[in-house]
Write a protein that binds this ligand. Structure first.
Ligand code: DAH
Length: 342
């Protein structure tokens, strides 16, 4: 009989299969799917089939195999349902069945913690889209038209002219919130961001940030400093010190980068802080008046500060994780170390 007809025949047979016991079911499994079973025999024969027939027959053969598997699974479920379990429902002395609940991802634990720390001083949480236009990622944030961050190298563009891209930072949400909210504004914006970077222990094309924004009358750099000092102590420990170094971001003036005293060695010097006693955790500054005006906020009346931090970086420091890629591999041996109720 030709292989094609044989496939058809077995298919017909197996659709009508019945099993009254697990033993019968096992026997059927051996007969059809076993090492020397019907299907395996067909796979042996398939090796001699002419090349032009291989595609069609190969497909049929695979369909046959998975069809039989499905049928046997169904029979198994029917059997399990029909086997009496004995009446254990009233035996209250039986131990409860083990229920393995999942844990939170370390990045989710830290994101929630950041939201809680700022929530305690009155910050609300807002989110924005991951696919953004040029205005919200760059132009309204005072990036010059030829700024290198707009380059194809850093940004994943989805469309050109008008530009649409995966957001490179959560600062875009600042703009969305300022465009739609009348000050005072006191919010943080957690979210996923994307950059065209080679993946390594220290960089990834996908990571997470939390952006913060505070806009009101008479907000000063002292407010910024005290807020971040409070955050660092809450996030790490009460002994944590901060240091602000002058920096540049198009959307803040003046701008700074903030270091914390190394939480591993307490500032004495170790390989995490490269023996400097300090590690950088975020960028910040006073919102540039051009940014306020771009969002329709009168910069002669209002001022404010903004800051942005990478959740991966904070998590790596807090838990001493030395390779960023671990966060994205979903290896349970890694994830189980963070099971937490936070
Ligand atoms: N958006 C910056 C980045 O992705 C981080 C940042 C720096 C945000 C300074 C801010 C800021 O709000 O003031 O690198």
């Amino acid at each position: 009989m030709k292989i094609k007809e044989r496939i058809e025949e077995i298919l017909q047979q197996t659709q009508k299969l019945k099993a009254d016991s697990i033993t019968e079911l096992e026997a059927l499994k051996v007969k059809y799917l076993g090492k020397k079973g019907e299907v395996q025999e067909l796979f042996q024969e398939f090796k001699n089939v002419a090349a032009e027939e291989k595609k069609e027959l190969g497909q049929k053969l695979n369909e046959l195999k998975s069809g039989i598997q499905d049928k046997l699974n169904m029979l198994k479920e029917d059997l399990e349902r029909s086997i009496p379990q004995g009446d254990v429902s009233n035996d209250l002395s039986l131990p409860v069945s083990f229920y393995a609940s999942g844990g939170r991802h370390p990045l989710a634990i830290v994101r929630r913690q950041i939201c809680e720390i700022f929530g305690n001083i009155g910050y609300t949480v807002a989110e924005g889209p991951e696919i953004e236009d040029d205005w919200h990622i760059f132009t309204a944030l005072n990036f010059a038209p030829d700024h290198p961050a707009r380059d194809m190298q850093d940004t994943f563009f989805i469309e050109k002219d008008p530009d649409v891209a995966l957001r490179t930072h959560t600062s875009s949400v600042q703009i969305r919130v300022m465009e739609t909210t009348k000050p005072p504004i006191r919010s943080i914006f957690p979210g996923r961001v994307y950059r065209n970077e080679a993946i390594s222990a220290r960089a990834h094309c996908l990571f997470h940030q939390v952006e913060g924004l505070y806009i009101d009358k008479d907000v000063t750099f002292a407010d910024l400093k005290q807020t971040l000092y409070y955050f660092a102590k809450e996030m790490f420990n009460k002994e944590t010190q901060i240091r602000l170094r002058p920096s540049y971001f198009p959307f803040t003036e003046p701008s700074a980068e903030m270091d914390i005293s190394c939480n591993i060695c307490g500032g004495k010097g170790c390989n995490i802080c490269k023996y400097s006693g300090w590690v950088e955790i975020l960028g910040c500054g006073m919102v540039d008046p051009n940014v306020l005006e771009a969002c329709g906020i009168d910069s002669t009346v209002y001022s404010g500060f903004a800051f942005g931090m990478g959740i991966e970086r904070i998590t790596m420091l807090k838990y001493q994780v030395n390779d960023l890629r671990l966060f994205f591999e979903n290896d349970l041996r890694f994830l189980k170390q963070f099971e937490s109720t936070f």
